[in-house]
Design a protein around this ligand. Structure first.
Ligand code: SF4
Length: 338
């Protein structure tokens, strides 16, 4: 046992372990013993991002997981993301450091609710954002990301109804972009987006007229900003709607002194690393996802020591969910430059 051995399980997550050099050494050693690749979503704590083999958005990480030769995937992100990795890599062991790391957006629709909704629109095509459970994906015709949602909906014949879930802001954005009147949108949302509300975004942009504005809509937390940018509430020229890869690239090439970032605050870590001379600031410091932050140093250590928590998806569900994810991958640019 080492100095970092003890952790406590609390409601907010596992605590009691410092991310020091000894922790880092043990994490890397255990990962090697388990033949595991460590993946960290952009919204993870900085120390988790720094120890990971790869960081990125959920889809990019799922693809890395599928291509990896490692037999075990440790997914430092929220549960639906680890499930997506399992759906795309059914033969691999997928671990999440704390299975309680959920997602308020994914929780806003259940498979039963979707079946009931579909029952009322039997000829409709169901399009679901990737922030959904495996069971909801299994009831879906085509999944989408924020990068290809418009193209996915455009791919549906004009005379077919579309049921879009679960994100109401992304849905409203897609409806406006496609001009589609036969599209029904589920009233779901991510709790973090409330920290990036329209009024605040417009106010911050007005107060800092020289700052560029980066909006990263992946993950639901900034889809309200995406919607607002589309209404013209903020000057178009200053707003850049970017994927993770696009945002890091824009950071490296931007001539701006300061950039306001409308997304979950975890993304700031990657941006500051990519362009240390730019003053990156969150539109709202409270835009932090408590589920993402449940993947603590203690949780990661426990995961690697105990081989827990393992993510399992029933074979039939995984098969049907995989079909809707694969249709998504074939349309437009789902990874948005990742
Ligand atoms: S930021 Fe929002 S959409 Fe993303 S994991 Fe957290 S609750 Fe879910």
């Amino acid at each position: 046992m080492t100095a970092t051995a003890q952790w406590q399980r609390t409601e907010a997550g596992y605590t009691g372990v410092q991310p020091d050099a000894e922790w880092a050494r043990e994490v890397r050693e255990l990962a090697a013993q388990r033949d595991a690749v460590l993946l960290a979503h952009n919204y993870q704590l900085p120390e988790i991002q720094d120890i990971a083999d790869h960081t990125g958005d959920s889809l990019a990480l799922s693809r890395i997981a599928a291509d990896s030769t490692a037999s075990t995937i440790v997914f430092c992100g929220v549960h639906f993301m680890a499930e997506t990795a399992k759906i795309l890599s059914p033969g691999k062991t997928v671990l999440i450091p704390d299975e309680r790391a959920g997602c308020s957006l994914a929780d806003s629709i259940t498979a039963e609710q979707l079946r009931e909704w579909r029952g009322r629109h039997p000829d409709a095509v169901v399009v679901s954002y990737v922030n959904t459970t495996a069971e909801v994906k299994a009831e879906t015709d085509i999944c989408c990301t924020s990068s290809n949602a418009v193209e996915v909906v455009r791919s549906v014949p004009a005379d077919r109804e579309v049921l879009f879930c679960p994100d109401q802001f992304l849905g409203a954005h897609v409806r406006r972009m496609t001009g589609r009147s036969n599209m029904h949108v589920w009233a779901g949302e991510c709790h973090v987006h409330a920290g990036i509300n329209g009024a605040e975004l417009a106010e911050r942009a007005a107060a800092e007229p020289d700052a560029e504005l980066f909006v990263h809509p992946e993950c639901g937390c900034a889809t309200s900003a995406l919607y607002l940018a589309g209404t013209g509430a903020v000057d178009d020229e200053r707003v850049k709607i970017l994927s993770t890869g696009g945002m890091l690239e824009a950071a490296r090439t931007s001539g701006a002194d300061s950039v306001l970032v409308a997304t979950e605050v975890g993304m700031l870590h990657q941006l500051r690393r990519a362009a240390p001379d730019i003053d990156f600031r969150a539109v709202n410091d409270r835009a932090s996802c408590r589920y993402m932050k449940m993947i603590t140093p203690a949780a990661l250590l426990r995961c690697l020591r105990e081989g827990a928590d393992e993510v399992r998806v029933a074979e039939r569900t995984a098969q049907r969910a995989r079909a809707s994810v694969e249709r998504m991958v074939r349309i437009g640019n789902p990874g948005g430059g990742e």
